[in-house]
Design a protein around this ligand. Sequence first.
Ligand code: MN
Length: 743
Amino acid sequence: MSEEQLTLERKAIAREYRALLKNSKRNATDADKILIRKAFDLAVEAHQNMRRKSGEAYIFHPIAVARIVSEEIGLGTTSIVCALLHDVVEDTEINLDDIESLFGPRVRLIIDGLTKIKGAHFLENASMQAENFRKMLLTLSDDVRVILIKLADRLHNMRTLGSMRNDKQQKIASETLYLYAPLSHRLGLYNIKSELEDLCLKYKEPEVYSEIETALAKSKAVRTRFINQFTVPVQRALKIADFEFEIKSRTKSIYSIYNKMLTKNIPLEEIYDVFAIRIILNSKQEDEKSDCWKAYSIVTDYYKPNPDRLRDWISTPKSNGYESLHTTVMSPSGKWVEVQIRTKRMDEIAEMGYAAHWKYKESASEHALDEWITRIRETLQNPDPSALEFIDDFKLNLFSKEIFVFTPKGELKNLPQSATALDFAFEIHTQVGAQCIGAKVNHKLVPLSSQLNSGDQVEILTSSKQKPKEDWLRFVVTAKAKSNIKALLKEERRKIAIDGQEILGRKLRNLKINSNDANIKKIHSFFKLTSPHELYYKVGTEQIDLSKLSNLKKEKGQLKYRSARKKKASSIKDIVKSIDTKNTNLVIGDSMESLDYKIASCCNPIPGDNIFGFVTVSDGIKIHRQNCPNAITLMSNYAYRIIKAKWTNAEVISFLAAIKIIGIDQVGLVNDVTKVISSEYNVNMRSISFDTDDGIFEGTIKVYVNDTTHLTELMRKLSAIDGVTKVSRIKGEQLESTVNVAN
Ligand code: MN
């Protein structure tokens, strides 16, 4: 860099820093400003010689994270200081003691938490990554700012992901979609959540992303005009009623449009046609509820509401503190418009999450945060489930909607949707759950597995003779119930195993065989079991025929049985090495070698598709499409098994692809379709099936093609056939064929 460029860069850094100061809390004291300056100076010095992948000076990153923390999450000085310093301990000479002596123990604690959870995606294996996530949440219960700063860090990394290598982009985007987006949702940071999701989509499905983006931009003028017309009468009436208010129109996020297209199979044009506005009232806290309902009544004076779509999150806020009144009304042109009504306070909470709660200290939602943290702590403290299972359970709860049910005394409990009576029992107390034999829902007797609905009153029936059952895991949905049942079952198994050990001991004494470790090991491999524990348990439950032991050869009490041992592949490198190098259609790994591979059946990639390799334990390397339904799980849980893969055009091989055709049924159509296919010389049909329903036909064709060019060409020709309205490629076999990643 030239001297001139460096001067420009220093100026840009100073500019960013001033913007940070200006936008940090208006009421920051001089002492706060001195502290922020001190942190800034330290960070500048520590990162002095570091540059980001993009080439810019590293210090831009911590400043940007501090600005997000302050401007977009609304946190104060301590958090700004920690954000500025968040990478210092990890990446430079400065250690935690230095931090403590300069900024005190609280800042040390937060930086420590941030340092521990850093770099989770570079970890060697899945369980370590999950374990890290668990630690992160444990730290969260000490100081929630750790996780908020971590989210800001991730948000900035996602915003600047463009300069990373493609495979890194895929890994980071997957992990963000898997962990951080749901987490920000759970914390009520809706803006951050949807930005994270949009950014993930941008890197995971660039074509779809830009298609939606373009469509939204094109229709913007029309949408604005419509919303303006719609709001005119409401605005007038609100003014007459003497309200202070603001009306915002909302555009759906690109990701949520994509998701709707995917799950509901609705074409793009119909989705962005859905309109939404938000009325934000400036109310005194004691008038909030009645003001919102007054505004509701004004809106519905002009437009007819859909009674099924009224949601009152004001009387019963969501457990993450969200409050708002939602309704959907019909506009004169016949379009549905979603209307959200809330006060300024509620809006700030909805946009900024818990940070805003702290601003409104007197509100009851303070309590909700504590409750949430307590719940996480409970889940975390239970030592039994493996960290990986924990993440899955935890994620389940992050994603699901909530129901509200009552105890017999009228106490309100929050549960995830599709929670059962047994979940409720565990929610009350572990002991109540463990001894639960049934429940009365609204005074009617129901089985443990019956699903609860919002508003149910639930009474749990228990018996001291009841024992937890394996089967219960099939229907409980809360993380709390799951982990408790697993722990109880484990305890039960342990007791049975102790009995089994005694029984086996007696039998061995009878046969004059020593019960030492070497013999026990031989016995469990003789019965093809994996551990002494399993052996004892199976003996305890009488699943093993101990009389077979008398056939074993022995000498002076020692068994002579030799078990056949299989050699296990010990590392990913060994597996990769043991695979023959013969295929030339694809190059794999950092060195881009030609290794043997298999095509994953869940997404059937063909040359031209963006792909990655996944090293399986027993089936070599499998090639998946980057937008495979399983890719997110694979990449975020088994990042270390992902290897790069790229098509080459050394050899022509055929690949299977599936196409869906929709159109209007008419004579000769199937014939036309098959003609087109057979006239394409490099395409071979494997199967074809057509369904007709009320004049609409839907066909699925499986063909062998060489690459995406041929496939696209074929699809173009098919869409040109008279009567065909839509031709699309079928993505994998959808989610039902979840890859068994252990194999
Ligand atoms: Mn960082």
